[in-house]
Write a protein that binds this ligand. Structure first.
Ligand SMILES: NCCCC[C@H](N)C(=O)NCC(=O)O
Length: 437
């Protein structure tokens, strides 16, 4: 545990994940080229992106089960290999239909990487290092998004579609080779049991879903991740450029700011998670409340919100990603290691489910306002105000579910281990009194 070999395993795993994020986000900067190359509609192009995410989310639980059955190394290898194949299909696709199939392969391969890596960390490290490394994984991996926004976009512009997508695929190929060479599921001395059969694994899955701690992880991921994902992967750019009139280059920098903020907020939240394990839900709720507050200021601002407020918004959204990673720490604390793969899969569905629903509803509300004649243009600022407000309904529902899961988790903690967790303000008041005494 925590050995030099463990650090090598971690570095290779993070590289494979970063390469995965590069493949995932490459279409985001290739939208205009895709429209030209395939001579298709914006609706079909956005369906391309949504389908990829749908495949990703739909495979989380099956892949989680497979991790518990065959181990994470095989899944990271297979995931990287499938992504290479998918991107090569996209690189050489003569028609949009084949490109869609390629992107669905990318979604399928991508689905296997992150939760396998979180599972590896739990086998190779212990103690407070685990939540810290989970944070580093999520946030360093997000650098893949910068790789697609800068070198990939440059290659696409200078060398064209096929070269750019082939080059992106080659990064995951390197990840594939390094994984085969250097990864192992666990240290030689570790004695971990695996589900003996798929039937056993399915039985384990039912128990994992029923655990309030897993549900708390799912809702924590749900309430924190969607805002930044929806903004970075889809609606942020049209909102900033068309509705707010921000120049395209500045808008790109603002999107990159979300990743950079994640790199700063991640370690801070990782340390707080490790230091105050009984207050993890308060951290999640704090990040969610902050997001609600800043979004409120943007949506209610009289006239066009100033750029400094948009900077505050992207910085706050940057903390949402690290906030969502706390969900995996709940999965770790409340599940046995043999079902951790499926528990992580369940947690990871949360944020992507909320992102889907929000992405879709924003589009529906924008369209409805245009058809009703309430707005003159699809990407009108006032139309966006109403459309983005749908996040309050989606996330608000998640907060109610989170509070219920937290109540049940705390009750179980008290029954099983005699640990009683009171409200945060009582704890803060006691700490303040102790300090004063
Ligand atoms: N930039 C912050 C990292 C967010 C991680 C995210 N919530 C997550 O769970 N990601 C899974 C994945 O496959 O990327």
């Amino acid at each position: 545990m925590n050995s030099r070999r463990a650090w090598l395993v971690f570095a290779v795993g993070v590289f494979a994940y970063m390469a995965g994020v590069l493949q995932r986000s490459s279409l985001g900067v290739a939208g205009v080229s895709a429209a030209e190359r395939f001579d298709t509609t914006a609706a079909l192009l956005s369906a391309l992106a949504v389908l990829q995410l749908a495949v990703y989310a739909g495979l989380q639980i099956p892949i989680g089960l497979l991790i518990d059955r065959v181990g994470p190394k095989l899944l990271i290898c297979a995931g990287s290999g499938v992504m290479v194949a998918g991107q090569l299909v996209v690189a050489f696709a003569p028609a949009i239909e084949l490109a869609i199939a390629g992107r669905m392969l990318v979604g399928a391969g991508d689905a296997a990487i992150f939760i396998s890596l979180i599972r590896l960390i739990n086998s190779w490290f212990n103690g407070r290092t685990v939540p810290l490394l989970s944070q580093w994984t999520g946030n360093v991996g997000a650098i893949g998004q910068i790789l697609s926004a800068v070198p990939f976009a440059w290659l696409l512009h200078e060398q064209g579609w096929t070269t750019a997508f082939t080059a992106a695929a080659s990064v995951s190929f390197v990840g594939f080779v390094l994984t085969i060479a250097f990864l192992a599921d666990r240290p030689a001395e570790a004695a971990e049991t695996r589900a003996a059969s798929i039937k056993d694994a399915l039985h384990g899955l039912r128990q994992t879903i029923r655990r309030p701690g897993t549900q708390l992880g799912f809702w924590s991921h749900y309430v924190t991740q969607s805002s930044g994902t929806v903004f970075a992967l889809f609606w942020g750019f049209p909102f900033m450029v068309s509705a707010l009139g921000i120049p395209e280059t500045t808008a790109s920098i603002l999107l990159v700011t979300i990743v950079v903020t994640g790199l700063i907020a991640g370690p801070i939240l990782g340390i707080l998670t490790a230091r105050f394990p009984l207050r993890r839900s308060n951290l999640v709720l704090g990040v969610t409340a902050l997001l609600g507050l800043v979004w409120g200021a943007v949506l209610l601002w009289p006239g066009v919100p100033p750029t400094w407020l948009i900077v505050v918004l992207v910085v706050t959204m940057g903390a949402g990603g690290p906030g969502s990673l706390i969900g995996f720490d709940f999965a770790r604390s409340f599940n046995p290691i043999r079902s951790l793969g499926s528990a992580n899969g369940i947690v990871n569905v949360g944020g992507f489910l909320a992102s889907f629903v929000t992405m879709f509803l924003i589009g529906v509300i924008l369209d409805a306002q245009l058809s009703a004649g309430w707005s003159d243009e699809l990407y009108d600022l006032d139309a966006f105000r109403l459309a983005f407000a749908v996040q309050y309904a989606v996330v608000g529902f998640g907060v109610v579910m989170l509070l219920s899961a937290r109540r049940r988790t705390r009750r179980k903690l008290e029954e099983d281990e005699g640990i009683s967790v009171g409200p945060i303000w009582v704890a803060l008041y006691r700490a303040w009194r102790r300090r004063g005494a």
